[in-house]
Design a protein around this ligand. Structure first.
Ligand SMILES: Nc1ncnc2c1ncn2[C@@H]1O[C@H](COP(=O)(O)OP(=O)(O)O)[C@@H](O)[C@H]1O
Ligand SMILES: [Mg+2]
Length: 217
């Protein structure tokens, strides 16, 4: 399955979720995973290099592909992998649009904050336009960097549901926890980070299930 983790806004957790999902999928039944970095900042590729240096692990392949080359290259490479995860930059870029024409699913992480929620509305026409070319594309929102408690999460969920049916809301929020960023610093996914934060691990597992739940995905 080809999954894009995308938003037109930066700092929402796209790269963090893309690398965690790539590692989680590589671990699950030793699947062959390709992580495509569609951001000029190359965060996902740099993380992968750090991971190889620090942990010695190279359990997935990471490559940089930006602009319209992303579409043609992903089409060519995808049959060699069980899973492709594409991380894109935080703008309405050619890379994001190219990724949406080849992807099966788009995951849109959204912090429960007003500006990020407003910005998410921009994705509705973008997804609908992409679906005219790519009928199989399905798009999902998920709350990332949620507050540990309080009403902002529920309010954000309500507002995100207004973007349905184009963007389906996945009720598997990921809470803002230091362990997510600590793991990144150590070249690890959250389930590999010591001390293990079982709540964060459970959140990642729930997200993986929600995205990849159908057989054959
Ligand atoms: N759930 C979370 N808990 C704690 N920190 C997070 C969480 N999600 C993202 N971050 C941090 O927020 C920052 C932005 O995340 P990043 O994945 O780089 O966003 P994007 O790729 O959308 O620009 C990073 O420092 C990342 O570690
Ligand atoms: Mg990023």
């Amino acid at each position: 399955m080809i999954l894009v983790v995308g938003h037109t806004k930066g700092g929402v957790g796209k790269s963090l979720l893309a690398v965690n999902l790539a590692i989680a999928r590589a671990r699950c039944g030793h699947r062959k995973v390709l992580l495509v970095d569609g951001d000029h900042q190359a965060t996902a590729v740099k993380f992968t290099e750090l991971r190889a240096q620090v942990t010695g692990k190279s359990d997935y392949t990471a490559i940089s592909l930006v602009g319209s080359a992303l579409r043609t290259q992903v089409r060519q490479l995808a049959p060699n992998y069980n899973d492709v995860v594409i991380d894109v930059g935080g703008q309405d870029t050619t890379s994001l649009r190219a990724a949406l024409t080849v992807a099966h699913k788009l995951l849109v992480p959204v912090p429960p904050r007003t500006w990020e929620i407003w910005a998410t509305e921009q994705l509705v026409p973008l997804v609908e336009e992409a679906q005219e070319i790519n009928e199989s594309l399905r798009a999902f929102t998920v709350i990332n960097a949620a507050d540990p408690q309080g009403q902002d999460n529920e309010q954000a969920a309500c507002l995100l549901r207004e973007f349905e049916p184009t963007l389906t809301y996945l009720d598997v929020p990921l809470v803002r926890r230091k362990t997510w960023s600590d793991a990144i610093t150590q070249g690890q996914a959250v389930h590999e980070c010591k001390p293990r934060n079982s709540k964060a691990v459970a959140e990642l597992v729930a997200l993986v299930r929600a995205i990849y739940r159908k057989a054959g995905n």
